[in-house]
Design a binder for this molecule. Structure first.
Ligand code: PMV
Length: 345
């Protein structure tokens, strides 16, 4: 919801404008790993993801609170340093050239613990982009919100809309053609499930941003990873169109292996896998050999996410729990980021 209040500051009437939005995280089935432009967050390749319910992050933005009054609070903790700067830089895009919007208060709150092993930054920056644009009085525009979210975190570009979203890499140097869009809404394939199996809760040692920069700079496999990416997205999109879980699962698994292979070939090597990661991945392969449709994917961290269907989800969840993963979070296709009344209590 977008609202406004006004106050008198230094003799001038200044309107404080606010809006709150909620977004779901997303998980890439064909991944993005590597930027061609670090500042504009432009990827070397396109990617495809599924937005995940029920997890969400809500972001409240107040603009026009006064120059020098910026405040960023993330999950109840006042943000400092790079984290704060990243949020303010993104919000600064909607404030640019509009002195009446100077100064921002930003609060984000996730309904899943950071320890859930799913990066909350995609949902947070998508919610923030939608809220910041609304607070600035911009019309709802999924493409513009995706481009703004991208500046906070690349994968956030894919959390502005629900269902299956493709982030087009684009060719332009200004990044105006690098945005994500929904290809299929959640209703296209409501039976799909993704089960997040947390095998390690500690923060990863190398953040995605640093890991991909290091991979681009030093991995001899990086060119091969990029070369196949566009066709891989097309193949995955066709599998989603046909609701072919087996084909999509095979693509997702090999894509995750290839991303990790490029990182493992970096110098020094970058290994995000833990022994428990492999244990779960191998158990999923055995389950599949018994006829259960289940395929893993893996972001830049140790926690596998298993692609399956509604019928097999309880079997997959029980298997992951039996191996000691905790928590294990079954997710379904989630909807668009949307404006909401307020932050959850
Ligand atoms: O958007 P970032 O900086 O969190 O990077 C995300 C990279 C991966 O999660 C590994 C892959 C992806 O496409 O989401």
């Amino acid at each position: 919801m977008s609202s406004g209040g006004s106050e008198r500051v230094a003799g001038a009437e200044r309107a404080v404008r606010s809006a709150t939005a909620r977004a779901h995280p997303n998980l890439a089935l064909v991944k993005y790993w590597g930027k061609r432009d670090e500042v504009l967050v432009l990827p070397h390749q396109s990617s495809l993801s599924l937005t995940l319910a029920p997890l969400s992050v809500t972001a409240a933005v107040e603009l026009g609170v006064g120059a020098g009054e910026d405040e960023v609070t993330i999950n109840g903790v006042r943000a400092i340093g790079q984290e704060r700067e990243r949020v303010l830089r993104m919000v600064g895009r909607v404030q640019a050239g509009r002195p009446e919007l100077a100064g921002a208060h930003v609060v984000t709150a996730g309904d899943f613990p950071a320890a859930a092993g799913l990066a909350s930054s995609a949902a947070a920056f998508a919610a923030l982009a939608v809220a910041a644009r609304a607070a600035a009085g911009e019309k709802a525009d999924a493409r513009a919100a995706s481009i703004l979210a991208r500046l906070g975190s690349g994968s956030a570009s894919r959390s502005v809309q629900g269902g299956f979203c493709a982030w087009h890499r684009g060719d332009r140097v200004d990044g105006k053609d690098s945005y994500a869009e929904q290809l299929f809404p959640p209703s296209h394939w409501p039976e799909v499930r993704m089960v997040v199996a947390v095998v390690a809760k500690e923060e990863k040692e190398v953040k995605s941003r640093d890991g991909m920069r290091h991979t681009v700079a030093t991995s001899p496999y990086y060119g091969a990873w990029v070369e196949d990416a566009e066709q891989e997205v097309t193949r995955a999109v066709n599998a989603v169109r046909r609701r072919d879980l087996e084909e999509l699962g095979m693509i997702a698994e090999r894509n995750a292996w290839r991303m990790h292979a490029t990182a493992l070939a970096a110098d020094p090597p970058l290994c995000y896998l833990k022994p428990k990661t492999l244990e779960v991945i191998q158990a999923i392969a055995r389950l599949r050999a018994q006829g259960v449709p289940a395929w893993f994917t893996l972001d830049a961290g140790p926690n596998p996410v298993v692609l399956t269907d509604e019928k097999s989800e309880p079997t997959v969840t029980a298997l992951c729990r039996g191996l000691g993963a905790d928590p294990v979070v079954p997710c379904s296709p989630g909807g668009d980021a949307e404006l909401v009344g307020e932050l959850p209590a």
